[in-house]
Design a binder for this molecule. Structure first.
Ligand code: NAP
Length: 304
């Protein structure tokens, strides 16, 4: 064992978890149980598993992320997104270790005109947001040494996300209608994982002082903001369509024209000022970060 010792990564098959695995490679002994061994829907079994594994650091990238389905699976969403994080935090307290957990911009109702700060009152519009907020509160209640990192519009070269959907539709259609009245910051799984590694390392080495000075809630997204429509346009302006064919026309529509089971906030742009002032860290702008994912996702698509 070296570095951080034994690192438990939950959700290692997901977008963020996969990149955490890469970013923490060589930082210690990575233990990455899948859903079979560590089912967050069964929090008490999760507790037993943690006691068996005896980690020195827990990175929780596992979550119930099906925003629309959550509207009809409230209980499951709350078990995974709220009860399980409470168990993780209780075990972190018991072992006196750090828990890193991710949360979402969807804790906000979108009514603010400027970027949301950590002190703003959350008011989720949907069950997913409510379950993630309950997870944040559960962790805080335990007083665990923790970093709760709220992020937004996560995508990467793998999994299920907006970018991959656009790349697929761009090859199938001449015209794509995309919502233009929801504003946020597309954030890559790679940027999140690298920033997480950097902060955890600094905290571990005492660079930020004692835990009570840095434990808590932080917004962590790529810089800048756009709408889903703006994001789609940028993807196609960078060549996210079939070579030799024109890019599809991206037509802006309102949320009212694209009905979903869950309501989404109009403005969920998060301010990253606290992250920057406390840890001296800023993620790349969303436009810059897009390039890295496109080059990786493009290679994967060409092979399909
Ligand atoms: N995606 C976004 O746009 C977004 C936006 C804001 C915040 N976030 C937050 O960022 C974090 C990472 O999200 P992501 O996009 O990487 O999610 P993701 O790609 O959907 O991956 C979710 C991970 O959780 C695991 N998981 C789901 N249910 C589980 C269960 N019952 N037991 C064990 N593992 C389970 C999945 O395992 P399987 O492979 O077995 O399904 C997968 O590894 C989450 O906390 C999420 O709430 C995401």
């Amino acid at each position: 064992m070296s570095g951080f010792g034994r690192i438990l990564i939950l959700g290692a098959s997901g977008q963020v978890g996969r990149e955490l695995r890469r970013s923490f490679d060589g930082a210690g002994e990575l233990v990455c149980p899948g859903r079979q061994e560590a089912d967050l829907a069964a929090p008490e079994r999760l507790r037993e598993m943690i006691r068996r594994i005896e980690p020195n650091l827990i990175l929780n990238a596992a979550a119930y992320t099906a925003v629309d389905r959550a509207e009809t699976e409230r209980e499951l969403a709350f078990a995974i997104n709220a009860e399980a994080p409470r168990v993780l935090a209780e075990e972190a307290v018991r072992r006196n270790i750090l828990l890193v957990h991710y949360s979402t911009d969807y804790v906000f109702d979108g009514s603010r005109q400027s970027p949301w700060v950590e002190e703003d009152e959350p008011q989720p519009l949907n069950i997913y947001g409510a379950s993630k907020l309950a997870g944040e509160e559960a962790i805080r209640e335990t007083k665990a040494r923790s970093l709760i990192l709220r992020t937004s519009w996560v995508y990467g070269p793998h999994g299920s996300n907006f970018l991959l959907t656009m790349l697929r539709l761009g090859r199938e259609r001449d015209q794509i209608r995309v919502v233009d009245d929801q504003k946020g910051a597309p954030t890559t799984s790679m940027e999140l994982a690298r920033a997480t590694r950097s902060i955890v390392e600094g905290a571990w080495n005492g660079r930020y002082g004692p835990p009570e000075e840095w434990t808590g809630l932080y917004h962590m997204t790529c810089g800048g903001a756009t709408t889903w429509c703006g994001f789609a346009r940028e993807i196609f302006s960078r060549g996210g369509h079939l070579p030799g064919r024109p890019a599809p026309e991206v037509v802006p529509i309102g949320s009212a024209e694209y009905k979903t089971a869950a309501r989404r906030p109009a403005n969920s742009v998060l301010s990253n000022e606290k992250l920057k002032s406390r840890f001296g860290i800023a993620l790349a702008s969303w436009e810059q970060a897009l390039g890295e994912v496109l080059s990786q996702a493009g290679a994967g698509l060409a092979a399909r």
